[in-house]
Design a protein around this ligand. Structure first.
Ligand SMILES: *[C@@H]1O[C@H](CO)[C@@H](O)[C@H](O)[C@H]1NC(C)=O
Length: 246
């Protein structure tokens, strides 16, 4: 199941997530249909389980499984590619041409969506790292180069919740330069997975190689690197991209 993006608001990711939550993704999950007007009011999100929706979608596309161990998302990653106004929306298709330069992003504590952020937010002093990885190199059926590390941006702090949310540009802290996704011809759609990691970033180093994140074995990557560096997965988002020649 893949989605075509097309909702040009800052909360588009949340909007899409609310639509996904209306699909039969799990027996325990009750579909909730919000009136159009309420979709623009962030307090409405308290009404449905965004956290389990994100997790269900990550499971469904085997992002949890192939790339990450099971986890409870505590942040929503809002990522946009400004060039052609594309947003990363938990598994939508984005043309390769749109992802040729760095995205802008922000991340929201999912709990903070339920109540105004307090000054004593326990995550305030946390440091974060954002990565982009391709588990489907060379292809999803033949992942012999996977995972391929595309980006590591570290020393991020929790953005103070401005209204409307401001998207951050990559600045200092890039320990692995952004490598634009370039899936080879005839290798089908690749999943490009952003992962938000939390933990000490003061002495983080890039992996020794982009291929397999330096682990010399297919299907190894950010999971190993995060573990070796004591980082915890707190959020993820992803899109699909494929070469025009299939
Ligand atoms: C991250 O921050 C630490 C402490 O301020 C600094 O020593 C380190 O060089 C920074 N890393 C990067 C990649 O900028």
């Amino acid at each position: 199941m893949r989605f075509q993006a097309g909702i040009p608001t800052v909360f588009s990711g949340l909007l899409l997530a609310s639509k996904i939550s209306a699909l039969p993704v799990g027996a325990e999950q009750q579909p909730i249909f919000l009136p159009e007007a309420e979709l623009h009011d962030p307090t409405s999100y308290a009404l449905y389980p965004l956290q389990s929706t994100i997790r269900d979608v990550l499971h469904k596309h085997l992002v949890i499984g192939d790339v990450l161990d099971d986890f409870e998302p505590s942040y929503y990653l809002d990522i946009k590619y400004p060039k052609n106004h594309e947003s990363v929306l938990l598994g939508n298709d984005i043309p390769v041409d749109s992802v040729s330069s760095r995205p802008v992003f922000t991340f929201h504590s999912i709990d903070a969506a339920y109540s105004p952020p307090r000054k004593s937010d326990k995550h305030k002093k946390s440091a974060f790292t954002l990565i982009l990885t391709d588990p489907d190199a060379k292809s999803r059926d033949n992942p012999k180069w996977s995972e391929m590390c595309h980006w590591i941006l570290t020393n991020l702090t929790t953005p103070v919740a401005p209204d409307p949310p401001r998207l951050l540009k990559a600045k200092a802290g890039e320990i692995e330069e952004y490598l634009p996704p370039g899936p080879p011809p005839k290798t089908g759609a690749h999943r490009y997975v952003f992962v938000l990691l939390e933990g000490d970033t003061t002495s983080l180093k890039a992996p020794k190689d982009r291929k397999h994140w330096g682990y010399d074995k297919p299907r190894h990557g950010v999971r190993d690197w995060a573990k070796d560096n004591g980082l915890t997965v707190v959020g993820a988002n992803f899109f699909y991209a494929e070469n025009e020649k299939q």
